[in-house]
Design a protein around this ligand. Structure first.
Ligand code: NAP
Length: 262
């Protein structure tokens, strides 16, 4: 729906297709990749690591995150890149312009793939990041991976970490449709803090509703999806497409139709 909207808007004759592959089908798929005429694509779970061995070059972001989400050609070389952190930051820049002028410290809840993208993006904007996760080992390994500006904590330290934060990000799957909500006491947060939930189904999670009720600024996860799409489209077609209100509405309506009452 996202890329189809841009193809139509910019008069590009292309299709964005879903290819459902089992791990043992990847080798054959990539043998025929060039011949099939793909200009690129996105990669999702569970192949984000495995495709690294089929790309001829891995870009810095994908190296730093240890995962590929976007494939594209550069002078005939198939590149495995990662646009998730650009999507994460692009959304924040769009929704809260100038957010990083006063922000020094962030708390990221979770230590999976979305957490890596968020931490990488925030570090690149000069913030220090406290990663709080249910499984502390995973938070520790993420902090070790990214180094000095990132610290690791269990969820028991969340309230204390939040009291010092300018931005709190939920990157867990909690709050997603079919999952229990993320129940976090937001009272330790400063009144200028921003609450960002990368979950986008539903759009308004319980966490975001609680933050709005406290008068805090909030950012939902749909824009992260839209902005990582911008980066992919740019790499495939050399054009940076626009995230229009119409596009956001199109996807919002689709998500709402799929999650009635959420
Ligand atoms: P992931 O790698 O599987 O990580 C899941 C994280 O959630 C882990 O930190 C896990 O903690 C935590 N978690 C799961 N169940 C929990 C529970 N009951 N209590 C506490 N923590 C729990 O998943 P992911 O790929 O990072 O995706 C996470 C969410 O981000 C999903 O909702 C996904 O849709 C969303 N996402 C959004 C975008 C976007 O464009 N907006 C992009 C990527 C992902 P443990 O380590 O303890 O298991």
């Amino acid at each position: 729906m996202l890329h189809g909207y841009w193809f139509k808007r910019y008069g590009i004759d292309a299709v964005y297709e879903l290819v459902d592959l089992l791990p043992d089908q990847l080798a054959t798929f990539f043998e025929g990749y060039k011949r099939a005429g793909w200009v690129g694509g996105n990669v999702t779970v569970p192949h984000k690591l495995a495709v690294m061995s089929y790309a001829e070059l891995i870009d810095d972001a994908a190296k730093a995150m240890g995962a590929v989400n976007t494939l594209f050609w550069n002078d005939g070389v198939l590149v495995g890149g990662n646009t998730d952190s650009m999507g994460f930051i692009g959304n924040l820049d769009e929704r809260v312009p100038g957010w990083d002028r006063e922000a020094n410290r962030a708390v990221v809840i979770g230590a999976g793939g979305a957490a890596r993208a968020s931490v990488y993006g925030l570090m690149n904007r000069g913030l220090s990041v406290a990663v709080c996760n249910r499984t502390v080992d995973k938070a520790e390994s993420l902090a070790r991976h990214f180094g000095g500006a990132v610290s690791s904590h269990g969820l028991d330290e969340l309230a204390m970490q939040m009291s010092q934060a300018d931005l709190v990000v939920n990157t867990t799957s909690m709050g997603m449709v079919g999952q229990p909500p993320l129940d976090v006491d937001l009272s330790p947060l400063k009144s200028e803090a921003i609450v960002y939930d990368v979950v986008y189904v539903p759009l308004e999670t319980k966490l975001l509703r609680a933050a709005q009720a406290r008068g805090l600024r909030t950012v939902d996860g749909l824009g992260m999806l839209l902005h990582q799409g911008v980066e992919g489209f740019h790499r495939w077609f050399g054009k940076r497409p626009e995230v229009t209100g119409e596009l956001r509405q199109l996807l919002t309506d689709d998500i709402r139709a799929k999650t009635p009452g959420a």
